[in-house]
Design a protein around this ligand. Sequence first.
Ligand SMILES: Nc1ncnc2c1ncn2[C@@H]1O[C@H](COP(=O)(O)OP(=O)(O)OP(=O)(O)O)[C@@H](O)[C@H]1O
Ligand SMILES: [Mg+2]
Length: 472
Amino acid sequence: MLKLLRFLKPYWWQTILLLLSVAAQVWCSLQLPALMAGIVNDGIVPGNLPFIYSTGLVMLGYTLATVFFAVVTHFFSARVGAAFSRDLREAVYRKVLSFSVAEIDKFSTASLITRTTNDISQVQQAIMMMLSMMLRAPLMGIGAIIQAFRTAPDMTWILALGVGLIFVFATIILALAIPKFKLYQTLIDRITLLARENLTGLRVIRAFNNQSKEQQKFAKANDALTRNSLFIDKVMSFQDPLISLVFNGVTILVIWTGLTHLETDLSYLGNMMAFVQYASHVLISFLMVTILFVILPRASVSASRLNAVFETKNKIVWKPKTTGTPDVAPSVEFRHVSFSYPGAEENVLTDISFRAKAGETTAFIGSTGSGKSTLISLVPRFYEATSGEVLVDGIDVKDYAAEDLMRRIGYVPQKGLLFAGDVSSNISFGNEFATASDLVHAATVAQAKPFIEKLDKTYLAHIAQGGANVSG
Ligand SMILES: Nc1ncnc2c1ncn2[C@@H]1O[C@H](COP(=O)(O)OP(=O)(O)OP(=O)(O)O)[C@@H](O)[C@H]1O
Ligand SMILES: [Mg+2]
């Protein structure tokens, strides 16, 4: 979690203003109970009306100041929070885009989606809570304890009892809930995976009449998630009633012990009222600490999932500049290339050598699963050969800058993939400066021209995500 705090750096002055305003807010709200005790003891009891008015005005002033600082705190925490999560999301996304296929396989697409969405919101929430509570809780707690001790020293044991009880309750609640937080994120991953798979494979599911089976699979994952969150919520739902119980118990004890004082000294009433308010401040700040203890473990699960993304080293590192001069005649050459997928025991390709020259057609023929697509995917460096060399135009692919290599390759994947947009945005995917005649030329080469021209808006015809609204 702490590692992600680096994303707060650009917003340091807003963060400092936020913390200052939290401190000011706490200070102002700590003044109120003492002033109220003054009104009761020195105003109401002796019947001093002007004193009540003047102190009342001062209290109003402090209240307004508290409101002002509360607004300032919220303003900055919203700003800093939104900016923080935007930057974090962008950084995760940039990192993911830089991954080679091997790293994406390692995390799974579904998990990467959860990480860029759900995990980031968890961390954002936690950071915001931390910023507003981490300073407020100790300031308010300690300030209120000191003030409470000053107003009624003989009642501090009641406070200690209340704090002790809250501490015990909080420990039990947290011990039950924390193990479930870890599970929660994994279950979300599972839901994302199923939803993604089922929605993209909807036609196949329909064709095999498997809706109910897939529905059951989803329902099972959904139930597991629901059970998990319900358990967390059930445990957490004890928190509020227990806190109220402790708070009301404290109030009753204060009144109980205060009664004996009141028999001899009526002005003790003000102190009692102030003490109850300070006690509530103390309990609230302890409550904040427990809330932090709930949010932090939860967010630190998410934070470590994000850090795992940041800390993953790209196995494939591109040269910033291509070294060597490429041959004039284009060619693709494999020299004793072997390859196995990460984690696999056996090689898919073993000691492959060949040279495909310009002007020739080189074909690879083999049964399904023999490694044809794998072999091709080594040319654009989707994966790195385990041993041996892959050369494009006489230069090892490892010595190319990414752009230079891709410019030399026209890659048609086994499974065509179109992006949401229109026909022209898909044809010009690799060249944003393509002119209208370039588009037509490309379409002609791909023998797609007659088909495109039959479409309603021809080159501006809408293409759905994944190219779902056009034929293969
Ligand atoms: N991402 C991957 N991770 C692990 N193993 C993989 C991966 N992709 C393919 N394989 C395995 O590598 C082997 C070769 O697969 P490949 O896709 O290259 O076969 P192919 O010759 O293109 O088959 P087809 O003719 O069906 O397209 C198969 O055994 C396959 O299970
Ligand atoms: Mg294939």
